[in-house]
Every structure is written in C-alpha cells, then in structure tokens.
Design a binder for this molecule. Structure first.
Ligand SMILES: Cc1ncc(COP(=O)(O)O)c(C=O)c1O
Length: 389
C-alpha cells in the first residue's frame, strides 16, 4: 500500500515507541524527583582525558579519520584488549572504532545479518538490543534467565534454535540484571556456537564494573571462539563520557571488514578529536583508575541495596554494572509501570519499569534503579526510599 505524507513511519520502525526510560525521565523532571532511571552517568570524567581531548581540538585535528579509527586509537584499544581482556587482536584489521557500542551493534547487524536471521538474546535484556535487532529485520529469540542468580537452562538454547539461527548475544556484565557470566556458562555458550556454527556477539560495555571477586571474561578468549565472535565495548561508562559516542568492535578481519564497511557508509568515522584525546589518555590512565571506579560504584551499590532492604523491598544485588533490579511485589500492584510511578510519587525517586527488559511478563514486579550518580545523590535517594518502611 502506498504511503501518504501523514503515514510517514517506515515499516522497519513501525513497532518502535519512545523508550519507557525517556518517558520516566520526563515524569521525574515534572515531579522534581531524583532520577535513578536512565543510565546517563553524570559523574566526573578523568581530567587527563578531558585535557587530551581539549588539546586535540586546539591542535585542530578535525578532519575525517580512517573509517575504522585513527591509528593511535586502534593501537591503544588493542593494547587495552591484550592487557585487560587477554585478547590479542591486530589493530590494522581487527578493530573498528564506532559511534559508541550502540554504533558497533548497528554496524554488526547491518554488516553481517539478513532479514529473517534469528539472534538469541537473554532476558532480562537491554531493550536497545532487541529493538535494533528488529529494526534490522532480524528476529530476537528470547532465553529467560531465572532470578535471583539469573541462571538459564542450557536446553532452552537448543529449544530456540532453528535453521535461521545465526548468532547469540551475550551482555556481560548485564544491563539490567548485573549478571556476570562465569566461565562455565560461557563455555556452554561457546560449545553451542561451535556445535551449530553460530556467531557470538558480546556487549562488554560494563567490563570494568565487576564486584565481589567476580572476573570479567571475554567470550572471544575461549578456545575456538575468536574467529566467530564480535566483541563490542566502548568508553561511555568507563570514563563517564556517554555523550562522546566512542566505542569499538574487535573481531577477526573477515568479520571486521563488513562491519567497517557499514561504519564507513553510515558514519564515515567516529569524532576525530575525541578519538585522539582517548588514545592519548589511554596511555596515561592506569589500573588504579579502574580500581577506583569499581570501588566507588560498589559503594553506591551497597548503600542503595541496603536502603532498599531496610525499606522492605528486595534488591537483586548485582555482580556487575551499576543497575539494581528490585522486586517491588510488596506494593501489590503487579504492574511495573504503576510500581515505578508509585515510587516516584511517594518517594520522589525515578526508576525504570522492569517490563522494559522482558518480552515475557517476568518484569511486572520489578523496577530498575541506576546508581551511577554522585554519592550524595545516591544517599539522598536512599533516604527518600525509607518512606516505604
Ligand atoms: C548494555 C549496554 N550496551 C550499550 C549501551 C550504550 O553504550 P554506548 O554509549 O557505548 O553506545 C548501554 C547504555 O546504557 C548499555 O547499557
């Protein structure tokens, strides 16, 4: 049927709605609440990074770079991958610098997948993943993880697989669950991929935020996995630069090449002065910085989880990331949006309805709080939650 000028939405995005997270932010502003909804991460960035980027702007490093990023940034990312992730990659052919890890996912989907291809995702999921898969014409197949540890039944992987299945997506540490996939689970996923010749896509954006002795493991480091894995990450969260839009893909050259082609087509390159700033800063920012943010976020997690428990709610204490999924069935509403609104109206704290992260009704008694906020903001929110005691 032909479209009119009134009926303008493409079929690709026909199902899309403005995310619940943004809607909650609007309500929060209207009611003057503390926003623990959206993961904007308004924390100070490392001064060395800010100075290096300002310097790159002053040096007028302002023209397009290579489509996959400036040499220095690819080199710095390769060094970081070897040092932190135990992953050896060739910076010349196996890294694409992208517009955040969101851009990495768009390029991966457009570069490697056809409409109708099925991609397995774990629920609770980051809504962006599922929506981006659908906009690409692909089909998300959902494996449900079970609270409180967010374990999954390996048989579900087999049950969901069809001859259209092309890949499995693993987000570790996870948003919103905070789950850190352990070696045993990753080995199981790796065996599944190898047995059925599937690709693996990982979203490791919270890789530095792991607590309680948990270890971040990149799936690509498991035997036989590098050649079939697209490792995505970025610097938004690590350096509190969500607006800079710097991320990357690391993948074997035969996968990085089509991903880079799309990156070139859609974006040409990531912002060049910021790439230079990042490359220079990565040389001087050491492990002590990563230890420091881990300690800070863990302290926020502990403070807020303790406050939620005191208030009679049940947090699923996350092993990683900075989100806290919380059981709010005590309110008896059994509707996540209504529960989130109830919390905002009564306590003046905004959260995100758990239903945003589920295809099933598994999220109806959950809300998600984001504690990537200055300590005093988390303290104030923790205090406000005590109205529910
Ligand atoms: C799991 C996950 N992946 C990706 C992103 C987006 O990251 P970026 O800013 O690098 O695009 C987010 C942001 O909240 C996220 O939670």
């Amino acid at each position: 049927m032909s479209k009119t000028t009134q009926d303008v939405r493409s079929e690709r995005i026909g199902f899309l709605e403005q995310s619940e997270i943004r809607a909650m932010t609007r309500e929060c502003t209207r009611l003057g609440g503390i926003n623990l909804g959206q993961g904007v991460c308004p924390l100070p960035s490392p001064p060395a990074l800010l100075e290096a980027a300002a310097q790159a702007v002053r040096e007028d490093l302002s023209t397009y770079s290579r489509f996959d990023g400036v040499d220095e940034v690819r080199q710095a990312v390769a060094e970081k991958l070897a040092h932190y992730n135990n992953l050896q990659v060739d910076p010349e052919t196996e890294i694409v610098t992208t517009i955040g890890s969101a851009g990495a996912f768009v390029c991966t989907l457009q570069g490697l997948f056809n409409p109708g291809d099925e991609i397995i995702v774990f629920e609770p999921f980051y809504g962006y993943h599922v929506n981006a898969i659908r906009v690409a014409g692909c089909v998300p197949k959902v494996v449900t993880m079970q609270a409180p540890d967010w374990t999954f039944d390996p048989e579900d992987l087999e049950r969901l697989r069809s001859d259209r299945t092309r890949a499995i997506l693993v987000n570790t540490p996870g948003n919103p669950s905070g789950k850190v996939f352990g070696r045993e689970e990753l080995t199981l996923i790796a065996d599944f991929c190898k047995a059925h010749d599937l690709l693996a896509i990982t979203d490791e954006i919270y890789e530095y935020l792991v607590y309680d002795g948990q270890e971040h493991i990149s799936l690509a480091t498991l035997p036989g996995m590098f050649e079939r894995t697209i490792t995505m990450s970025g610097f938004s969260k690590t350096f509190a630069i969500t607006g800079w839009r710097l991320g990357y893909v690391a993948a074997p050259a035969h996968l990085a090449e089509p991903i880079g082609l799309v990156n070139d087509l859609f974006y040409i390159c990531a912002p060049t002065p910021l790439q230079h700033g990042l490359a220079r800063a990565l040389k001087v920012i050491g492990d002590d910085y990563f230890d420091e943010i881990r300690t800070k976020y863990k302290a926020n997690r502990d403070l807020f989880c303790e406050a939620l428990t005191r208030a009679g709610l049940t947090p699923h204490v996350p092993e990683g990331s900075y989100y806290i999924l919380t059981d709010v069935s005590r309110f008896g509403l059994h509707d996540a949006r209504a529960s989130a609104m109830h919390i905002l109206e009564k306590a003046g704290v905004a959260s995100v309805a758990g239903s945003a992260f589920f295809a099933s009704d598994g999220g109806r008694d959950l809300v998600r709080f984001c504690v990537a906020q200055p300590r005093e903001v988390v303290e104030e929110a923790a205090e406000r939650m005590q109205v529910f005691r």
